[in-house]
Design a protein around this ligand. Structure first.
Ligand code: ADP
Length: 499
């Protein structure tokens, strides 16, 4: 199948979160399975500086943005391994900026036209490059107008009339909502600006447009697909999602085990750690823990549990609960904490203060470091993800592979992948972590205490580690699910009535 991925994040070109991981890995896996994926993304500064070889195609185009015409060109590259072509929409005025979507806490003011341009350019590229695309796999709000153009302006226009679209929602909280007059920038007829299609509480919504017009919808876990059909996790879009529930499903993200595998991970040995697998995890994790403690200037104590967190320092990730609990925990428990992340200022200040006050128990790095994230996964005993909501989550999957026991709030993909330790799950051997149901600090503290008790029971702890390490969360399985869905979508003769 010829699938075009339209996305704004692709590892190793540019990434701010899990979307980049998915769009870097899934096309690779589809290619391995015999399909012909092509990826298109904006030529953001980050992408141009990524170190991947990028060359001009010589193809130039013009896009109407409201009343003006904006010119752009197409650049060509590929994903590592050179099996998957990548095209970059080059328009320096829009994309040559320090960040992808926002700077200093503020969205770029022209985001609407930046991504109108991208959606239109991606569709033009199908024709200009003669891609023969059968299905466009769109990701998140930034590609939300692609299905809308296919069903409005391009309806009945070859080669677009035979192209199907699938929209994956990676996080419904990011919707791309703009002032209603921005409809003019899209060039789409105002008749579509209604509550069933592109209008959302008086604004133009890219994500709602995508949800309304895509042939098929997915999210990144089955639980999240359910959760967003009601309030509050639907973030106002629960109505249209209920309406389209027959076309909506959840497919859990996979992990790229070429990148995240403790047996081969080059980042582990860089600081004196050890590569390890399920057969020698006790030794491997001991060495990696000690190396991590050294790197983070924590006492090299093998006995105290090391709890890690990596990610965006935002309320969504449960840092509000952690903030309530961590000062007492640090004072009363022997556990050590390693935190890596950037985000909201209040959390930067909180963690910097804690690290200063308790240098033997808390180590914090306020930044983005993929290498350190790898070493943390290997060296930590427990990985904490108390997310308020979590569409899929990747770190808990990395943790399982690295023998680091996840402690999670049972929501979205976390609920779908982490089996809480109970008497029953212990007996049948399915437990791979700890979870709590109610989102509050008491429930989180209880889960942490349960984990720390289990940590002292070595055979039990090793059983949890082994169960997690032996599970297969690779893309192989998820890519097959996408393939089945692509096939079903393509064989439905008439859009919107499949299901
Ligand atoms: P989200 O996409 O909501 O941010 P995910 O768990 O799906 O969360 O994916 C986050 C990805 O970004 C993971 O690969 C994680 O390791 C990575 N990540 C987030 N923050 C950092 C950081 N400060 N340093 C290194 N990697 C990070």
């Amino acid at each position: 199948m010829k699938i075009l991925f339209t996305t704004t994040e692709v590892v190793p070109f540019c990434k701010t979160g899990g979307l980049g991981d998915v769009c870097g890995s899934l096309p690779q896996e589809l290619a391995r399975q015999g399909h012909e994926p092509v990826v298109i993304l904006p030529a953001f500064r980050q992408a141009l500086n990524s170190g991947r070889p990028i060359e001009p195609t010589g193809i130039r185009f013009e896009i109407p943005i409201g009343r003006k015409l904006m010119a752009g060109t197409l650049l060509r590259s590929s994903l590592p391994g050179d099996q998957v072509p990548v095209y970059l929409v080059h328009q320096p005025h829009y994309y040559d900026r320090p960040e992808l979507y926002r700077e200093n806490g503020h969205d770029y003011k022209d985001n609407c036209e930046r991504f109108v341009f991208f959606c239109r350019a991606a569709l033009d590229a199908i024709k200009l490059l003669n891609l023969g695309t059968e299905l466009v796999h769109c990701h998140d709000w930034t590609s939300g107008l692609v299905p809308a153009y296919l069903k409005t302006e391009l309806a009945g226009v070859p080669p677009y009339d035979s192209i199907r679209s699938l929209l994956t929602i990676h996080n419904i909280a990011y919707q791309g909502n703009f002032w209603h007059w921005d409809m003019e920038l899209t060039g789409i007829d105002w008749k579509y600006f209604n509550w069933r299609q592109m209008e959302f509480f008086g604004n133009l919504s890219f994500l709602k447009s995508g949800i309304a017009f895509a042939d098929v919808l997915t999210t990144v876990s089955p639980r999240y697909a359910q959760e967003i059909q009601s309030s509050p996790l639907g973030c106002g879009l629960e109505g249209i999602l209920q309406h389209r529930r027959n076309e909506l499903s959840g497919i859990i993200n996979g992990v790229d085990y070429h990148e995240w595998n403790p047996e081969t991970d080059p980042h582990l040995t860089a600081y004196g750690g050890l590569n390890y697998g399920v057969h020698n995890f006790a030794e491997g994790k001991r060495e990696c823990k000690s190396a991590l403690q050294r790197e983070m200037s924590l006492p090299q104590d093998p006995a105290s549990p090391l709890i890690a967190m990596v990610g965006r320092l935002a309320d969504q990730k449960g840092f509000d609960l952690v903030a309530q609990l961590i000062p007492t925990w640090v004072a009363q428990s022997p556990a050590q904490w390693v935190i890596l992340g950037t985000g909201e200022q209040q959390y930067h200040e909180l963690f910097a203060r804690l690290a200063q006050q308790h240098p033997t128990k808390v180590a914090v790095r306020l930044g983005f470091s993929n290498e350190l994230a790898h070493r943390i996964e290997a060296g930590a005993d427990m990985f904490l993800m108390p997310s308020r909501y979590e569409p899929c989550g990747l770190n808990q999957l990395y943790s399982l592979k690295y023998g680091t026991v996840p402690i999670v709030h049972a929501t979205g993909g976390l609920a779908d992948t982490i089996t809480n330790l109970t008497e029953h799950t212990r007996l049948i051997g399915t437990a791979n972590g700890f979870s709590f149901d109610t989102y509050n600090a008491t429930a989180l503290a209880d889960a942490l205490e349960r984990a720390c008790r289990a940590y002292d029971d070595r055979p039990l702890w090793e059983q949890l580690i082994r169960t997690g390490m032996q599970q297969d969360w690779s893309w192989n399985h998820s890519a097959r699910e996408y393939t089945r869905l692509y096939q079903r979508t393509l064989t439905c003769a008439e859009n919107l009535v499949c299901g």
